[in-house]
Design a protein around this ligand. Structure first.
Ligand code: SAH
Length: 480
């Protein structure tokens, strides 16, 4: 049997597709199977990839209403095939959406799952009608309640408290007055949904003491009710290997996408602070002629690859030209625009690409690059008797500053790691770094970046050998 897949219970929000979360969108775009129902807006489902298996959870193939048990069976069945299954629900999956029952079924079947919370109708729908559900001086309490009660449900209630760390004992006393007993389960959750989440559970009677002992601090939310007991089986939010770590990614857009997600998946908090912006140079007609004359087009950055289709304008101009990529990752980006590399450098950089240029790769070489860096790739090839030229297709513009609130947060709280993908990023970040920022540990990608970073005073703790998120992850874990 193939390895087990995973199920995501995704809240799609109340209707406006813009209210789908970023995580919801990412998960939806990668799904193999999607179970949806009527309440989910088509505008959201359009984000799925072609070829996904669609299952209408509202009705069976024979046109009858699908039973909840059938939905559970379908989720389990496809996850067991090793697929990525998304259960997409209106609003939030855990608010009157039976998402809790689905999660329990997955837990019983030992299928891993995640909850991707959504914006619940009870808050957003009034807001879009100009009604704030709480208002200073007008309302201090908000209840959600079902009009028509679903079969099998009971009278149980849930009380959720905001701003309750200081006044926890008082809040629990109020819960008693509302009819919750001393034995009712209760939990307090600090820094929820972040890599710094902490949860203390107890009862209405002892939670205040337990929370104090655990030194729970604001911001925190309190939950009182029997639902707290479900946590024993539904505790899906795991602390990843990077839990509690803040990582600053200084990579430019040239690095490519997916880095943040890959590190977040392991529980890190990731702040992307790019040190440069890629600005395309408007393509000139003469470029096309130069590209046409080349026997080899060489890429050493993701940015040049991404700009290539627009520069070329028409794929038929390419004829029998061959393509080389600086490394495996670059070759993947090249494949994403529909070109299989004829030669892939053994890495890590353009120097290795030039030195390892194969004898059989004869003819005129054209290197598409940015304005940063020098002519060294072309010069190395020329030394070996190869006709080579460089064509600068984008400008790499240094970012001289970044958002003041992010600077402030860095000064206040620091970061555990800073990742540099190039020497210029290390130099630039040194310049724009807020004063008084406690110096973090550095992961440098490749030895050349490490050398430059050290020369401007960074503490390089680890060197990634591969220019990918996985490479950075390995470097961080190795450093401990
Ligand atoms: N899980 C959902 C609720 C599902 S119950 C959530 O968190 O929002 C379905 C009910 O949600 C509907 O009967 C209706 O009362 C409410 N609802 C959902 N979307 C709505 C919308 N766009 N406008 C008004 N009510 C909505």
């Amino acid at each position: 049997m193939s390895s087990v897949g995973k199920v995501w219970l995704v809240g799609a929000g109340p209707g406006d597709p813009g209210l789908l979360t970023r995580k919801g969108r990412e998960v939806l775009a990668k799904a193999d199977v999607i179970l949806y129902d009527r309440l989910v807006s088509p505008g959201i489902l359009l984000g799925a990839r072609p070829g996904v298996l669609w299952i209408d959870a509202g009705k069976t193939p024979r046109g009858k209403r699908m039973e909840q048990g059938q939905i559970h069976q379908i989720l389990v069945k496809y996850a067991k095939k090793g697929l990525r299954v998304v259960r997409c629900k209106g609003g939030d999956p855990f608010v009157f959406g039976r998402g809790g029952e689905e999660a329990e079924a997955l837990w019983r079947a030992k299928i891993p799952f995640e909850v991707v919370s959504g914006v619940t109708a009870g808050i957003a729908v009034p807001a879009y009608a100009g009604i704030p559900v709480t208002h200073r001086g007008v309302s201090t309490e908000l209840s959600f309640r079902i009009g028509s009660r679903a079969e099998g449900s009971v009278h149980g209630k849930t009380l959720v408290g905001y701003m309750t760390v200081e006044g926890l004992a008082h809040f629990l006393q109020a819960a008693r007055e509302k009819g919750f007993s001393d034995r009712t389960p209760a939990a307090i959750i600090q820094n929820g949904t972040t890599p710094f989440q902490r949860v203390v559970t107890g009862t209405v009677k002892n939670l205040a003491v337990l929370a104090k002992k655990a030194q729970i601090r604001p911001p925190a939310v309190v939950v009182v009710g029997d639902v707290v007991g479900l946590r024993k089986s539904l505790q899906w939010w795991e602390k990843g290997k990077l839990a509690g770590k803040r990582i600053v990614l200084t990579g430019s857009e040239a690095l490519g996408q997916g880095w943040r997600e890959a590190l977040e998946e392991h529980g890190a908090e990731v702040w992307e602070i790019p040190m440069s912006t890629i600005e395309a140079i408007p393509p000139q007609l003469s470029w096309r002629a130069r590209i046409r004359r080349a026997n080899w087009v060489v890429f050493t950055s993701a940015a040049a690859v991404r700009l290539f289709p627009a520069i070329l304008g028409d794929w038929r101009l390419m004829g029998a030209c061959k393509f080389a990529a600086v490394g495996k990752i670059n070759a993947k980006v090249l494949a994403s625009i529909g070109i299989q590399a004829d030669w892939i450098g053994r890495g890590p950089g353009s120097r290795e690409l030039a030195e390892g240029w194969p004898k059989w790769a004869s003819g005129r070489v054209l290197h598409l690059s940015g304005n940063a860096g020098d002519n060294s790739f072309v010069q190395r090839l020329r030394k070996r008797g190869i006709q080579a030229q460089r064509l600068v297709v984008y400008r790499n513009i240094a970012n001289r500053s970044f958002h003041p609130p992010v600077q402030e947060a860095l000064r206040r709280e620091g970061a555990d790691w800073v990742v540099f993908a190039s020497g210029s990023a290390a130099i630039r970040f040194r310049k724009v770094m807020p004063k008084g920022f406690p110096t973090p540990q550095v992961v440098a990608i490749g030895p050349a970046t490490a050398r430059t970073a050290r020369s401007v005073g960074w503490r390089v703790k680890s060197i990634a050998t591969e220019p990918s998120a996985q490479g950075v992850l390995r470097a961080i874990l190795k450093a401990g």
